[in-house]
Ligand binder design. Structure first.
Ligand code: AMP
Length: 538
């Protein structure tokens, strides 16, 4: 059988704008809690959220923001982030999510590439002095007219701009918008070179948020802890829109991820769900007082963003009460989710696959060289097609044409296998595949193997240059607390007889942390460079 699958087509796609969807939820559940910001204790019901979103929307109209204008946000997670997200959607402004980890070069690139007119920003957060970076790049940011700092009088100033704008002006704006209109630009971090602005519509992200939480059984009774960043689809689509479409509660544990604070928020806010990239769940499960938190209200959640280790999933189920936890897979360019495990899947499917095709979406696995669809069980590139595929990269037809083929298939660059039962597994990135002496090695296989070592807390495997074999395997290992560091001999002894010789890492480097993006993606490129340097390899 071919590696092709199409998702179910019920319930139907939501054919409305984000503003219209919010309005429906507000009328159904005005008094239910919409949002909680744990660090400040601020709370909103849906009626209050609607009122405050409208105030920001009127402010944007008063500030002269027209339909299609780009409005940026450069801030860690906070309530105003959500207000800005929903307000821009109501007035038809395209929200540009600026990665909070960006520095001046990337920031000014994003401003100019998207043609940003107005920026909403935090003044600073941890080591990021956003105000200083804005000041430093102001001359280069050609289109930027105004910056509204959230923690200053600027925010009140924006709201004041809307004081004279009648509510009907926002309603009129909303009435003129279409579900297919672009509503957000998100710069992707994945590929080397310059960032590309994935442009997504109301239809793209509203439906993806809706179906992600539909598949984990969300209702207005649910309360979701969102420690993943809002600037990424995981936060603002799967999280915020996943809640808004169901009348559920957005719980913001903190501006940035902290394992203990997240666990505390789950306990205090009686959360029924929590999202995270694998490293966040690992950090929570290894938090010093993990067992002392009351997580009994948890039922579900989503792990996604990077390969989800089986053991970590099992601990979510066994130790975090997340009996209905799901794995989702996707990428920014596809809104993001393309596959997800289901609540009634057996343990194997729920812990060792990325699930099956999402509703209203098609997927296939193709030979990366010939483009032909491979047989089930064979490895190839994961491709997806449907409502979820982005409109394109902003102002970049060339890269768009390279990513989305003439038949509308998005080529993800991920290597995957579709099993006989239609469930898929990610086995790596095309560019992370290691070729040692002609043997193709998928680092994930070695990582899963070493993960079972009792002294190893986490592990990442990469290829490093080698004169004889072209590439050799190098494992970066994070030890469990109090365990002796492992060396290459110890790893060899552990793996000998259980792994083919060419899959046993030649080098082992013990580290405290892996270099990582804010969304929990390991920077393997950086690891390769650092390893080559540390090992003195050319
Ligand atoms: P981004 O566009 O930042 O969301 O990154 C998308 C990439 O994250 C995908 O192309 C995958 O390489 C990776 N990814 C996302 N979810 C998963 C998952 N569940 N398992 C493995 N890799 C994942």
């Amino acid at each position: 059988m071919e590696s092709y699958a199409a998702g179910e087509t019920t319930p139907p796609l939501l054919e409305e704008t984000i503003g219209a969807s919010l309005a429906r939820t507000v009328s159904r559940h005005p008094d239910r809690e919409a949002m909680v910001e744990c660090t400040t204790g601020r709370r909103w019901t849906y009626a209050e959220l609607d009122r405050d979103v409208d105030a920001v929307a009127r402010g944007l109209v008063g500030a002269g923001i027209a339909v299609g204008d780009r409005v940026g946000i450069w801030a860690p997670n906070c309530a105003e982030w959500v207000l800005t997200q929903l307000a821009t959607a109501k007035v038809g402004a395209i929200l540009v999510n600026v990665n909070p980890a960006y520095r001046t070069h990337e920031f000014s690139y994003a401003v100019n590439q998207s043609g940003l007119r107005l920026l909403v920003a935090a003044s600073s957060f941890k080591t990021s002095d956003y105000r200083a970076m804005v000041d430093e790049t102001r001359d280069q940011c050609r289109t930027l007219e105004r910056v509204v700092y959230l923690d200053t009088d600027d925010w009140a100033g924006l709201l004041a701009d809307g004081a004279e704008v009648p509510a009907e002006a926002v309603a009129a704006r909303m009435a003129g918008l279409g579900a297919g209109d672009p509503i957000t630009i998100q710069y992707t971090s994945g590929t080397p070179g310059y960032p590309k602005g994935a442009t997504l519509s109301h239809r793209n992200i509203l439906n993806n948020g809706y179906f992600t939480t539909e598949l984990i059984g969300f209702t207005e009774e649910d309360r979701l802890a969102i420690p993943v960043p809002f600037y990424h689809c995981f936060g603002m689509v799967m999280g915020n829109l996943g809640c808004v479409t169901h009348g559920a509660t957005i719980v913001i544990p903190a501006p940035g991820f902290d394992p203990a604070v997240t666990l505390q928020a789950i306990q205090d806010e009686r959360c029924t769900g929590v999202y995270g990239v694998p490293t966040m769940f690992i950090a929570m499960q290894h938090a010093p007082d993990f067992a002392s938190y009351d997580l009994s209200t948890l039922r579900t959640g989503v792990m996604a963003g990077a390969i989800c280790p089986v053991e970590v999933m099992k601990r979510c189920i066994d130790d975090m009460h997340m009996s209905e936890v799901a794995i989702a897979y996707g990428m920014t360019e596809t809104s993001p989710v393309s596959t997800q495990t289901r609540g009634d899947d057996d343990l194997d499917r729920r812990t060792s696959t990325i699930g099956r095709v999402h509703p209203h979406v098609e997927i296939k696995i193709v030979d990366p060289v010939t483009g032909a669809t491979v047989e089930r069980g064979e490895t190839g590139e994961f491709c997806t097609r449907g409502y979820s595929v982005m409109l394109g990269y902003w102002d970049d037809p060339e890269n768009t044409a390279e990513a989305i083929d003439a038949d509308g298939w998005m080529h993800t660059g991920d290597l995957a296998v579709m099993r006989e039962d239609g469930y898929c597994q990610i086995v790596g990135r095309i560019k992370d595949m290691v070729i040692r002496g002609g043997e193709n090695i998928y680092p994930k296989e070695i990582e899963e193997f070493l993960y079972a070592h009792p002294d190893i807390e986490d592990v990442q495997v990469i290829g490093v240059p080698d004169e004889r074999y072209g590439e050799e395997l190098c494992a970066w290992v994070k030890m469990r607390a109090g365990r002796e560091p492992l060396d290459a001999d110890a790893v060899r002894a552990f793996a000998s007889g259980r792994l083919a010789h060419y899959k046993i890492p030649r080098y082992v480097i013990v580290v405290e942390e892996f270099p990582m993006t804010v969304t929990g993606k390991i920077r393997k490129v950086q690891m390769r460079e650092e390893s080559a340097r540390a090992l003195g390899l050319g």
